[in-house]
Design a binder for this molecule. Structure first.
Ligand code: TK8
Length: 339
């Protein structure tokens, strides 16, 4: 009888292992505390998706891995957190790919003005082999990239005047991300481009240290830039991804099961984040109008003039990221557009 019971128990255990591999008890998972830093506030699309990541890691690790999501740049701006990850002093973060260009030059690919025409193209390239290739470049610098989230198409706001043509940018002190492509792009368009970390942006706008900035509608709303910016010009000049990264030093000490928990939770957070961001963006303009912003579109001819001017920047990006990667991306986009 004992033997039979043991056999039954063993068979049951095999069943559990075969049919429910997600059960945490069967996995090699230790209790872990994971600091996950981000720059926007808790009420933003970034904050909402960070919460989803917390829940997903909790659920998938049977409560053993606990993510502490810390927003509003409380752990420092993007560039500072990146260094903390590289050094192993912080486990995870999500931030702009643009601020990673100083570490991994290939990230500048995503800063190419007007690279993607729509989010479908962005998803296809970012989640495909090209996005993976760029992400993998982080490893040699001490970072592991997991997924791209959507920051979104960027638009221009300022406190001086409606920007309806390129010349309207002349003399406008415009905050840009700490990134040479953005700096060159807006200088090219005639603005007085000033790199600043995001965490200093609201107060810089409030004190008129800078006159304007560019970010997706979602951020203009969640960071309350409408309180200090009168004009919003719909430029959609670039699609900006966020990227979820892990300290490689820390990652290399995790078991395969723990790494899988983080990878799967990151994918779940990405799927939530893109949907949530797109829903918010679709109604953000009406909200911003209601908050008193004056919104204008660019006449098609003016948009074309700006685009044309910015092609000068593209040549430099090709050299920076490598012509192979550049050409591969252009070919992938051409294929997407023809299909
Ligand atoms: C938040 C930033 C922000 C970015 C910027 O940390 O800096 O303007 O768009 O989302 O990464």
């Amino acid at each position: 009888l004992i033997r039979r019971t043991l056999l039954a128990v063993a068979a049951a255990a095999t069943c559990v292992a075969a049919f429910a591999p997600a059960i945490a008890q069967a996995q090699d998972i230790k209790p872990r505390i994971i600091r996950f830093g981000y720059g926007l506030n808790e009420q933003s699309n970034q904050g909402r998706a960070a919460k989803v990541f917390v829940d997903e890691v909790n659920k998938r690790s049977g409560g053993k891995m606990k993510v502490r999501a810390i927003g509003a740049a409380a752990l420092g701006p993007d560039t500072q957190m990146q260094q903390a990850l590289i050094g192993g002093a912080q486990e995870m973060m999500v931030g702009s790919t643009a601020t990673l260009v100083g570490i991994t030059k290939e990230m500048a690919l995503w800063d190419t003005p007007f690279l993607f025409n729509n989010v479908k193209e962005a998803d296809a390239v970012l989640d495909g082999p090209i996005g993976q290739k760029v992400m993998d470049k982080l490893q040699e610098k001490g970072l592991v990239g997991l997924v791209y989230w959507e920051n979104g198409f960027r638009n221009l706001t300022n406190s001086k005047r409606p920007v309806t043509k390129m010349e309207d940018l002349n003399g406008i002190k415009l905050r840009v991300m700490q990134n040479n492509v953005y700096l060159d792009s807006f200088k090219m368009l005639g603005a007085n481009a000033i790199p600043l970390p995001f965490s200093e942006l609201f107060s810089a706008l409030e004190t008129n240290t800078v006159d304007g900035q560019e970010n997706p509608f979602n951020t203009v709303l969640s960071s309350k830039f409408y309180e200090v910016q009168k004009y919003l010009s719909i430029t959609n000049h670039v699609y900006s991804p966020w990227i979820v990264t892990v300290s490689k030093k820390w990652w290399d000490g995790l078991s395969k099961d723990e790494q899988k928990v983080l990878r799967d939770a990151a994918v779940a957070s990405r799927d939530f984040e893109r949907k949530d961001t797109r829903e918010e963006a679709a109604k953000a303009l009406a909200d911003l109008k209601a908050k008193g912003m004056q919104i204008n579109e660019l006449p098609a001819a003016e948009a074309a003039r700006m685009r044309d001017k910015l092609t000068h920047v593209n040549a430099g990006i090709g050299t920076q990221v490598g012509m192979d990667l550049w050409n591969e991306t252009q070919a992938a986009l051409a294929k997407l557009r023809s299909g």
